[in-house]
Design a protein around this ligand. Structure first.
Ligand code: ADP
Length: 317
């Protein structure tokens, strides 16, 4: 939010500056593309070297769709995953904040691989890294490179790294990186890791433990002033949600929070006339009903695969 585009105000009009920087009379370039390139200009009003040979439309796509200047996630928003938070703080955040200390034998790895079932908080961790280190966050799904950006993936990645270089410190989060592996490589991850993962740290992000599930129930409901469960009731819900991921828990709380509303509407009051204060809080019964609808998204056999992988390549929890 405090970011100030590094464009020198030399008294000239914006359009003059743009034409000097980006090329005169380029009618094919829309206003939004021009604006976006202007934002990336250095204090001298010139487009940085790294961006000059890149296609403006790709730079614009990176700036508007991939870059997130204010990821707005902090460690405190992430339930559980204490080991992952500790590893990531030491491996990434400290080196970003104090590059002078992290040299020589303390040099950080080239990258960090977060692996684990979907919906467990990997993306949140990426955003929190950027948030905590005051870095710009770039999110790209590797599978979009092989589907949406067929034939242009390499150019887009070059544009992504170019823009990230101009927005340092930067965190580039590549989601679903396994989609870049061939079928053969996927079945032989072990060899792939040996060949390519030498300087890559691996951290396993696993589904929630009991305490973290309780945290998410309380946290989400408290935000809306709906948390009234006793400790014993919360424990019952936690016991019934073994193997639920963070996003499963979020969906469960969402569904349970509909219970009081559905019940109030059954009394015959229309949604527009309903008085919010007349709704009861969320109770254990709402969770029991929601549990019929929201099932865990990760099967125990899938979980076994991740755990085996963690034993071979992960950092010890
Ligand atoms: P992943 O990247 O592992 O697939 P995400 O980080 O995108 O999962 O999580 C999806 C959503 O689930 C988040 O936006 C958040 O609402 C919820 N969630 C998942 N894990 C956690 C967690 N550890 N703490 C709090 N919320 C979580």
């Amino acid at each position: 939010g405090n970011f100030v585009p590094p464009i020198r105000n030399n008294g000239g009009s914006t359009s003059n500056m743009t034409s000097r920087v980006i090329g005169k009379n380029d009618d094919s370039m829309g206003d939004s593309t021009r604006k976006c390139l202007e934002m990336l200009c250095g204090p001298d009003g010139e487009l940085p070297e790294k961006l000059r040979n890149l296609e403006p439309r790709l730079i614009e796509h990176v700036s508007n769709e991939i870059m997130d200047k204010d990821p707005n996630v902090r460690w405190d928003d992430i339930a559980g995953l204490e080991h992952a938070k500790k590893c990531v703080t030491e491996m990434v955040i400290w080196p970003l904040l104090r590059p002078d200390i992290f040299r020589g034998c303390r040099s950080p790895g080239r990258g960090l691989l977060l692996f684990g079932p979907p919906g467990t908080g990997k993306t949140m961790i990426g955003k929190a890294i950027a948030g905590e280190a005051k870095a710009t966050f770039f999110y790209i799904s590797a599978s979009s490179l092989t589907s949406k950006w067929i034939g242009e993936g390499e150019k887009l990645v070059r544009a992504l790294f170019g823009v990230a270089c101009c927005r340092q410190p930067a965190v580039i989060f590549v989601d679903e990186i396994d989609s870049l592996l061939s079928q053969e490589q996927q079945t032989d991850l072990k060899n792939w890791m040996k060949q390519h993962g030498g300087d890559l740290q691996n951290v396993y992000i696993f589904p929630f433990l009991h305490q973290a599930r309780a945290w998410i129930i309380r946290n989400l409901l408290e935000k809306d002033g709906l948390f009234k469960l006793t400790e014993e009731e919360t424990n019952i819900v936690c016991k019934l949600t073994e193997g639920y991921s963070g996003s499963d828990m979020k969906n469960l709380v969402k569904d349970a929070s509909m219970g009081p509303l559905r019940e109030a509407l059954q009394q015959g009051v229309g949604i527009t006339k309903l008085n919010k204060e007349d709704m009861r809080p969320v109770i254990l019964k709402d969770f029991e009903t929601a549990l019929q609808e929201v099932r865990p998204s990760v099967s125990s056999s899938e979980l076994g695969t991740y755990e085996e992988w963690n034993r071979q390549f992960g950092s010890l929890a």
